[in-house]
Write a protein that binds this ligand. Structure first.
Ligand SMILES: Cc1ncc(COP(=O)(O)O)c(C=O)c1O
Length: 383
């Protein structure tokens, strides 16, 4: 057979590759603590599970769901925006329910980008953004997020020829992997940069509920952004429902309509009982308890990492520590760590200029985290 040439531009998904390596080592009898992937260990709320089970007993629940999501869940998302950000959204035209956020972040590019266009992706950044450009024949231009710039993008450094062709700008605050929160006024500034050339601004708000210092802002709070921005939400992190595959897109009517057309031609929506349970989670969950657990894990990890001699900026949000490799070689640190029984993600997974870091995920029990970090400290002592 002959495969599509786009496959050559598409690397195997980094966490699948790392997962295979860990599985192979475990099959050989090695004890590995996996602090690489972000896969929340905390259970969803029991009321949410009860709603799922109850709804699944209704015969009509097994029918195809409405493509854009149920009216009830879209209304719950609109109510959440009103309560959290005092932003009014029309649930019919400005909200779309999705099969988790990863695939709709990629489908956004299918709706917006032509071959030869530019997709702007943060480096470090969630890998799906750069992949979206690569899949659809666009050029990915990386925006380097450096500690000396507070892990914020320097849009003023984007060359004019790139800016003119930039159709899509992905940004993610609270940020994976750096833990940075967008400072006040940042979304307005980024929206103003997008306006002249009509770049679509995507705010990935996956960590809206996990903020320790500062505040998670919504791009939709910015009046100038309402025509050119969409925001991506997910139940994966704030409600520990990552296996359920449910998320939402909210924002510009025109962009939502375009993504809805793509999605309805590719998939058939989210299982109705999952949408009902997602509504219960959004209306009933109290993210404070979850946030406090992650905060205690963050404090433990930062203390242990610093005691071992690692340099890192204390994360203000999300579920990661972004750690500088002592000799600037994140690949080497990740390899040595794996040899010592702890998996961490090498920085290159998040972009070409991030090779000097590794990422540690806090989605693990305290005991596991402590064991993994002790192993990492022993590696640091030998480097
Ligand atoms: C920044 C960011 N966006 C999106 C996702 C994808 O989440 P999901 O597809 O489970 O909604 C993740 C997952 O780790 C993430 O870190």
């Amino acid at each position: 057979v002959r495969l599509a040439s786009r496959i050559n531009n598409l690397e195997p998904y980094v966490f699948e590759t790392l997962g295979h390596r860990i599985a192979a080592l475990r099959a050989q009898g090695h004890n590995i603590v996996d602090l690489g992937i972000s896969d929340p260990d905390l259970p969803p709320n029991s009321e949410v599970i009860a709603r799922l089970a109850g709804e699944a007993r209704r015969p009509a629940a097994h029918r195809y769901p409405p493509y854009a999501g149920t009216r009830a869940l879209r209304q719950a998302v609109a109510d959440w925006y009103q309560e959290r950000f005092q932003v009014s959204l029309d649930p019919e035209h400005e909200i779309l329910i999705t099969l988790g956020s990863k695939e709709s972040l990629v489908h956004l590019a299918l709706a917006v980008v032509n071959p030869g266009d530019v997709v702007l992706a943060p480096d470090p950044g969630y890998p799906a953004y750069a992949m979206a450009g690569a899949l659809f024949g666009a050029e990915t231009h990386y925006l380097s997020l450096r500690p000396e710039h507070g892990f914020l993008p320097r849009l003023d450094e984007v060359p004019d020829q790139v800016r003119e062709r930039a159709r899509l700008l992905y940004l993610n605050y609270p940020n994976n992997p750096t833990g940075r929160v967008a400072p006040p006024g940042a979304w307005a500034e980024w929206a103003r940069w997008c306006q002249p050339q009509g770049t679509v601004l995507v705010s990935d708000l996956a960590y809206a509920d996990i903020v320790f210092e500062g505040r998670a802002a919504s791009v939709l709070e910015v009046p100038e952004a309402r025509d050119l921005a969409v925001e991506s939400l997910t139940w994966s992190k704030g409600h520990s429902m990552q296996g359920w595959r449910v998320g939402a897109l909210a924002g510009s009517h025109q962009i939502i309509e375009a993504v809805r057309r793509v999605e309805s031609n590719i998939n058939a929506g989210v299982f109705l009982p999952i949408q009902a349970a997602a509504e219960t989670a959004l209306r009933e969950d109290h993210p404070e308890a979850l946030r406090d657990r992650y905060r205690r894990r963050r404090d433990l990890a930062v203390t242990m990492l610093r005691a071992a001699g690692f340099r890192l900026v204390t994360p203000e949000a999300a579920v990661y520590c972004w750690v500088a490799a002592p000799d600037g070689d994140g690949d080497r640190l990740a390899e040595e760590a794996l040899g010592a029984g702890v998996a961490v993600t090498p920085g290159r997974a998040f972009g070409p200029s991030s090779r000097d870091h590794v990422r540690i995920s806090l989605t693990h029990s305290r005991a596991e985290l402590q064991e993994g970090l002790e192993r990492l400290a022993r590696v640091a002592a030998l480097l």
